[in-house]
Structures are given as C-alpha cells and as structure tokens.
Design a protein around this ligand. Structure first.
Ligand code: GUE
Length: 284
C-alpha cells in the first residue's frame, strides 16, 4: 500500500485564494487586515520564517509590517512597544517571533499582547478559550492540521487520535481540537513507556516531537492518517520531519510530507486568524 500524500501547499493555495476575496472586501470598507511581526535579535531561521509570513500576507492583500529589534532590547521596551500596537487600530494581529533572546520572559511578553490581536493563539486567554470551547484564536499549527483532516474527508469523530508531543503550541492544543471533534485522544510524550504500542493504535497519528524520523513504519497502523508537524534541519541543510516518510508511506493511508505539508498550513492559519481579527474589528 502507498499512502496518499496530503499536499499542504495545494490546500494552502486554495484557502489563501478564498481569503484574498475576503481581504479585498474588508479593504474596500477601509479595514485592510494588518499583521505586525516583531523579531527580536538575528536568529537566522527566524529571519527566514518571518520573511515568509510577511510575504504570505502581502500576497493576499493584507498589510504586514516587520519590526526588527536588536537582540539586547530591554523587556520594558518590548512590552511598551506591544502596548502601543495593542492600541493601534490599523494593527489587527501581533506576532512575536519565538524563540526570544534568553533575557526576555516569553510568557510575560505573550500575555502582554491583547487577546483580540493574539493571532498566534498563544495567549493564556486563547488557550483557556480553547480548553472550555469558547471562541478564540486557535494556535496555527494544530488548526492547520484540522483543516487538512477536513480536506481529505477524515472526520475525527469516534476515531482514535494519538498525539506525540505535549507542547503548549502544538501537542496540547492539537489534542484539544481533536477532542472537540469527538475523537478519542491519547497524548504520548518522552515518559510514555509504551509509545510505539499506542501509536500503532492510532487512526490519526500526529507527530510533534522535534526529533528527525522518530516515527518509524512499525509504529503506524495500516491505513492511518499521519500528520507530521516536525521541521528538523539536518546537518546537510535539508529539512526533515518527525516521521520516517519513505518507510511510513508504505503503511499509512495518508501522510503529510516535510516540507510542503503542515508548514504552509501554519502560515495559512496565521492569515486566517488575522483576517478574523480584522473582521471582528470591522463589525464593532
Ligand atoms: N510566534 C511564533 N509563531 C510561529 O508560528 C512560529 C514561531 N513563533 N517561531 C518559529 C516557528 C516555526 N514556524 C514555521 C512555520 C511555517 C514553516 C513552513 O512553511 N515551512 C516550509 C518549509 C520552509 C523552508 O524550506 O525552510 C514547509 O514546511 O514546507 C516553517 C516553520 C512558525 N513558527
């Protein structure tokens, strides 16, 4: 059996084309959706990601601003800048690129973003809303994974979903979204003794571990949907997921590649959240 690839670039393009029409409608009313990305320091990977986000905004007609700040920016200055952006009506979404330099308290920085502009979905208010099923911004990577399931016609209801990883930005919100969609959810992590055995029971397997090719073919149930959230840079410079794609593709029913899978969907859902922030603002 050969798995069908889930083309994140194609789905992203389809969703972005639809969003572009909504952006144009808002712009015509004088509410061009605006995203401001704050980059502190010069981490080379962050530079690339941030540029991709800004380009993606511009491609669908959104206004995006990239603010670069020096690596030694003080916490007080960063918090003050976020407060200014909170008060700026032309800014609908604020994204502070992570990781931040060590001297900055990332939790405090994120909690300073106004929840209605938290398009990353990282604020405690967004996490809490997701936890109790109230409206709020969903973290972009798990949100994008849910869109991919929808696109291939995979309804999680009654399925066993296994999430490997328990981070606040992927594993935990992914599990909550799957639970909300009525899956039976298992979360595995580094202290799970029978991780391979649990993974093998998954109808939907989400790998968010951060270790290249962690999920091997023997950990996958034949026909399962495998979503690979990992973006690992190998010593040769190539990108590689958390799933051993070449082996797992012969077992799974569906599989996301890396690159070209979940990554482009993460950026797409950032655009979606920014669009929603602008729509809410325009209707008040
Ligand atoms: N506040 C904040 N929000 C984030 O969403 C955030 C962040 N900080 N810090 C860094 C990570 C990383 N991240 C990626 C998103 C898309 C791709 C992506 O589209 N990757 C392409 C490949 C790009 C390449 O070739 O390098 C793909 O998978 O096809 C990658 C990485 C968002 N992050």
């Amino acid at each position: 059996m050969t798995a069908q690839p889930i083309d994140g670039n194609a789905l992203a393009a389809k969703l972005r084309a639809h969003m572009a029409t909504e952006v144009a409608a808002l712009a015509a009313q004088g509410h061009t959706p605006g995203l401001t990305v704050l980059l502190v320091g010069e981490d080379p990977a962050s530079q690339v990601y941030v540029r991709n986000k800004v380009k993606a905004c511009e491609a669908i007609g959104m206004a995006s601003r990239l603010e670069r700040h020096p690596a030694d920016m003080s916490e007080a200055a960063l918090l003050a800048r976020i407060q200014e952006l909170n008060a700026d009506p032309s800014v609908h979404g604020i994204l502070v690129q992570l990781p931040l330099p060590k001297h900055l308290n990332a939790d405090l920085v994120i909690e300073t973003i106004a929840p209605e502009k938290d398009v990353d979905g990282f604020h405690i208010a967004s996490a809490g809303a997701l936890m109790v099923g109230q409206p709020g911004f969903k973290p972009c990577t798990p949100y994008g994974c849910m869109k991919m399931l929808e696109d291939i016609g995979c309804n999680p209801r009654g399925k066993h979903a296994v999430v490997i990883g328990r981070s606040n930005i992927v594993g935990k919100p992914m599990a909550l979204l799957l639970l909300q969609a009525s899956a039976t959810v298992t979360i595995c992590h580094s202290a799970t003794p029978n991780l391979a055995e649990l993974a093998r029971q998954a109808d939907i397997l989400v790998a968010a571990v951060g270790r290249p090719r962690f999920v091997t073919a023997d950990m996958v149930k034949p026909g399962a949907v495998v979503l690979d959230v990992g973006i690992n840079r190998l010593p040769d410079g190539k990108l590689c997921g958390d799933v051993d794609f070449d082996a797992v593709k012969d077992v799974a029913g569906w599989i996301t590649p890396v690159p070209g899978g979940v990554g482009p969907m993460t950026i797409t859902m950032l655009l979606q959240n920014t669009l929603e922030a602008a729509q809410r603002r325009a209707s008040t």
